[in-house]
Design a protein around this ligand. Structure first.
Ligand code: ADP
Ligand code: MG
Ligand code: ZN
Length: 471
């Protein structure tokens, strides 16, 4: 039987606010365990949570950028469960009335555009973290680090619209790019600022009814998400092929073993007994505020890439690559503003030096000067690379290095003609053959002149001069 996979994703994105969602504690990653915890985020009796306005602002920006409708009224609810990393024994989340509904994200599937629905976006607080045996010198058992308690998250739930691991991974990358663009999330998967649960089911191709899904957790890289989904699709198809049935359950991805393992079944699923949090008023968002925030949404990666292709004549691939990171896209346009004559070479240089550029090790002026000097024939492509490397290593301007390292090509027509004439005189036999019609020999003469000038001649000019002299 021919099966089709169906995938829906739940993404948790940590919002990059200074403080937590309901108290003034720092939300920063990596602090000393329990240094960022107070009576509010650890749920002491008698405390009152106060909603962080910034969190709502970031959630609204994410909602607007993904085409969602921001809800005028939303409600925080308590999701009740016990776990040692959650001292309150409930998580404050949004349930029946989330902040945003009904958006979409455009992805690419097999070379064609495809729209994936976004069901909802809601705000919630994170839980703490348990540190198990031996992670601290001399420690035994498990320790609780509550720094992450009440760190703000948004959960973005997709429709079950994806049909392969590649589509899921493309959706995740694009969603991450957008959130990072908006500067509402740092997108760091290893630190858990951007994490995803993947719901996977299969059904016979042509069947409309969805199959029973398994929910995959514990994947902390795009590669792992892809591998886990691929594994899970195969597992379910084989299971059904063998006459079995998929059970609804949560499965953990084991990256070392490359397989998903059952964590808990539906029977053990929690009844969270959601109810509106009596400590927090319903959130009412004014239309004017949403409109104001809408104005702050920057040009996003997909439209920006389209503009790059159109405006600068770049390939779709290069445009998408440059546009995927806001800082890189801005850098590229900074280079073009400084030197506009060859945006294609400028794009190639920006892509080649991407890491150094994002680390702040290369300036737009440097790239612009290298592109200009290549364009005017002052340096070769190889010299350009050497100069940028040297500039990164020494922090010195490329044009000064160019002179110091003697990398300026000979473009002076008189000197080139003299060198070319010398080569012609020294090789009468080859000249004869060339004049007899074997024009392929031109490269031999070019090579000789390059040798004469110790590689400093501009090969394009040398060829021109030789042609003239031999003609
Ligand atoms: P829960 O919170 O219990 O996981 P939701 O209704 O919020 O349930 O759904 C979670 C995700 O599962 C959504 O992204 C949705 O698109 C996806 N989903 C629902 N049914 C299926 C299915 N049969 N196969 C694949 N994904 C599914
Ligand atoms: Mg779920
Ligand atoms: Zn706190």
């Amino acid at each position: 039987m021919d099966f089709e996979a169906v995938i829906g994703l739940e993404v948790h994105a940590q919002l990059s606010t200074e403080s937590k969602i309901f108290c003034a504690c720092s939300a920063k990653f990596g602090a000393t365990p329990n240094a960022n915890a107070c009576p509010v985020c650890t749920g002491m009796p008698g405390v009152l949570p106060v909603l962080n306005r910034r969190v709502v602002e970031f959630a609204i920006r994410a909602a607007v950028a993904t085409g969602c409708t921001v809800q005028r009224k939303s409600v925080f609810a308590r999701k009740n469960y016990f776990y040692p990393d959650l001292p309150k024994a409930y998580q404050i989340s949004q349930y029946e009335l989330p902040i945003a509904l009904g958006g979409h994200l455009d992805i690419e599937a097999g070379g064609a555009a495809k729209r994936v629905g976004i069901t909802r976006i809601h705000m919630e607080e994170d839980a703490g973290k348990l540190i198990h045996d031996g992670a601290f010198a001399g420690s035994q058992g498990s320790l609780a680090d509550l720094n992450r308690c009440s760190v703000p998250l948004i959960e973005i739930v997709s429709e079950p619209d994806m049909r392969s691991a590649e589509e899921a991974s493309d959706y995740l990358r694009r969603l991450r790019d957008i959130l990072v663009y908006l500067e509402v999330c740092d997108g760091n998967m290893e630190e858990g600022s951007f994490r995803c649960d993947a719901n996977v089911s299969v059904r016979p191709r042509g069947q409309e009814k969805l199959g029973t899904r398994a929910e995959l957790k514990n994947m902390n890289s795009f590669r792992n998400v892809e591998k886990a989904i691929e594994y899970e699709i195969r597992r379910q198809v084989e299971l059904i092929g063998d006459g079995g049935a998929v059970v609804q359950e949560t499965r953990l991805w084991d990256a070392d073993r490359g397989e998903t393992r059952s964590m808990r079944g539906k029977e053990e699923a929690h009844d969270y007994r959601y109810f509106p949090d009596p400590d927090l008023l319903p959130l009412v968002v004014a239309d004017a505020w949403v409109d104001e925030l809408r104005q702050t949404i920057p040009e996003l990666p997909v439209p920006k890439a389209a503009r790059f292709s159109e405006q600068y004549g770049l390939t779709a691939y290069d445009s998408a690559l440059l546009a995927s990171v806001r800082a890189l896209a801005g850098f590229f346009e900074g280079c073009v503003a400084a030197y506009a004559k060859n945006p294609k070479t400028t794009a190639n240089e920006c892509i080649q030096w991407k890491d150094a550029i994002l680390a702040g090790a290369v300036s737009a002026e440097t790239i612009a000067q290298i592109v200009e000097d290549r364009e005017t024939g002052l340096i070769s492509a190889t010299a350009g690379k050497t100069l940028i490397e040297q500039s990164i290593a020494t922090g010195r301007p490329v044009r000064i290095l160019r002179e110091e390292l003697g990398l300026t090509q000979m473009s002076d027509a008189g000197a080139l003609e003299a060198a070319a004439a010398g080569v012609i005189e020294a090789n009468p036999k080859e000249v004869g053959i060339y004049k007899g019609g074997k024009e392929g020999l031109l490269s031999f003469f070019v090579g000789q002149v390059m040798k004469e000038t110790r590689g400093k001649a501009n090969p394009k000019l040398v060829a021109e001069v030789l042609k003239k002299l031999l003609g």
